[in-house]
Ligand binder design. Structure first.
Ligand SMILES: CC(C)(COP(=O)(O)OP(=O)(O)OC[C@H]1O[C@@H](n2cnc3c(N)ncnc32)[C@H](O)[C@@H]1OP(=O)(O)O)[C@@H](O)C(=O)NCCC(=O)NCCS
Length: 389
């Protein structure tokens, strides 16, 4: 073997890429943003306050938050050039592909393009965070044959997103549900998309390039696409009666097939974010007099637990399987009448805040991220000219 270091664990599991002051994910089921417990933030904070915390490292004073909110609100508008680009997106394009392309174009219009100072990166971060909901709402409306709705400055980020999506006054309960959902999705240490953003900016590339890497990485079904897959699973099972057969066939067949919305690469205990989303899903279902999706999701949870977290499997060293953040976000979004096409873009609207914080932290480290592979291919091959092969 030509590499000097021992080969890293499969999928880089448990490999520590460096120090970070942003997010602490504990396998025991605890999560902290800059030292603040996710349960406190989800119960008492707002998405904007959490974004400030992630970007600036501390909770804002009332005056700081008010100025921050005003800056974000001012930056919501898209230029006519970016709207024109969105109008050219093929109708069949995936929302995340359209979002990735749109964010890439934003980078060329940013007044700080080419300026890599920390102050410029903070301004770019605020623009990215402010414009992402406007992009997602515009992509959705244009695809449906509607005109984009201009953002308002008197609503918070979640409420304004719902307003731009529907063109009507946002329901306060939906706006707060989405606000909490955004808090819960804002950051999660070195998950795949955040790692991708950090690798990108570590080369000296700008924040927009990093955001594009993040969006592409988030789009996969094993990462940000899991909520959409979870809803598709619920729709395909269709009723409470179908749950046991579905879960049993996936988990006890010849080959175990992962259930969307379950399992986690780090947690070995229940995902702390799922508790909040479970409760919000229950409340929304009860409000609408239709708890079908909530009940099906909890029934899937019960069956997965019964078949996966058995003393035999755990004694054999298998990881326990619990609902993750995407499990109940699926029914929450669906109950708020949000199209499944929006599920992954909603994740991106929130996670852009964590990506920006991580990218700015990574830039302070100066060093390019350049791991090695354990070469296992053939060696010392003899080159044969093409006419002799
Ligand atoms: C998130 C995820 C990619 C993490 O995977 P991982 O840590 O690499 O875990 P592995 O794929 O190596 O699986 C380890 C064991 O747990 C089981 N497992 C993992 N996720 C599972 C799931 N969603 N449902 C059922 N079993 C699962 C695997 O079957 C495997 O058991 P086995 O060794 O008996 O075959 C994986 O759990 C998954 O694909 N989940 C569904 C997609 C999802 O919800 N993603 C969002 C994550 S926030």
């Amino acid at each position: 073997m030509s590499t000097t270091a021992p080969p890293a664990a499969d999928g880089l599991r448990d490999v520590v890429i460096g120090p970070s002051e942003i997010c602490d994910v504990q396998a025991s089921g605890r999560l902290f943003y800059r030292g603040y417990d996710i349960h406190d933030l989800a119960s008492h904070s707002t998405f904007e306050e959490v974004v400030y915390l992630l970007l600036y490292g501390n909770l804002p004073s009332a005056a700081q938050l008010s100025e921050f909110n005003a800056r974000l609100a001012r930056e919501r508008t898209l230029s006519p050039e970016v709207i024109a680009l969105l109008r050219g997106v093929p109708a069949a394009a995936q929302s995340m592909d359209a979002l990735r392309t749109a964010v890439s174009s934003l980078g060329m219009w940013d007044p700080d393009a080419g300026n890599q100072s920390h102050e410029a990166n903070l301004r770019k971060s605020e623009r990215l965070i402010a414009k992402m909901p406007t992009l997602v709402a515009a992509i959705e409306r244009i695809r449906d044959g509607n005109e984009p709705v201009a953002p308002r400055t008197d609503l918070n980020l979640a409420g304004n997103f719902l307003y731009m999506l529907r063109g009507t006054e946002p329901d306060p309960l939906y706006a707060r549900t989405l606000d909490i959902d955004f808090i819960l999705h804002a950051d999660h240490e070195i998950n795949a998309s955040t790692f991708a953003t950090r690798v990108t900016v570590a080369t000296g590339a700008d924040l927009y390039s990093g955001a594009v890497s993040g969006i592409g990485t988030l789009s996969g079904p094993k990462h940000g696409g899991a909520a959409e897959e979870t809803m598709e699973m619920l729709l395909s099972i269709a009723s409470l009666e179908g749950v046991n057969e579905y879960v049993t066939s996936r988990l006890t067949g010849e080959k175990r097939v992962a259930i969307p919305g379950f399992g986690h690469a780090v947690y070995r205990a229940p995902d702390p974010r799922a508790a909040h989303l479970r409760e919000m899903s229950r409340r929304l279902g009860e409000l609408h007099g239709d708890t079908r999706w909530f009940q099906m999701t909890t029934a899937i949870e019960k069956k997965v637990d019964e078949l996966s977290n058995t003393p035999e499997r755990l004694a054999a060293g298998k990881q326990p399987i619990y609902a993750n953040v995407d499990c109940f976000s699926a029914s929450c979004y669906y109950e708020m009448n949000l199209s499944t096409r929006l599920f992954t873009p909603l994740f991106a609207i929130s996670r852009i805040s964590g990506w920006c914080a991580h990218m700015m932290e990574q830039i302070t480290f100066k060093r390019i991220i350049r791991p090695r592979a354990e070469y296992v291919g053939p060696r010392e091959q003899t080159y044969t000219p093409i006419d002799k092969r």
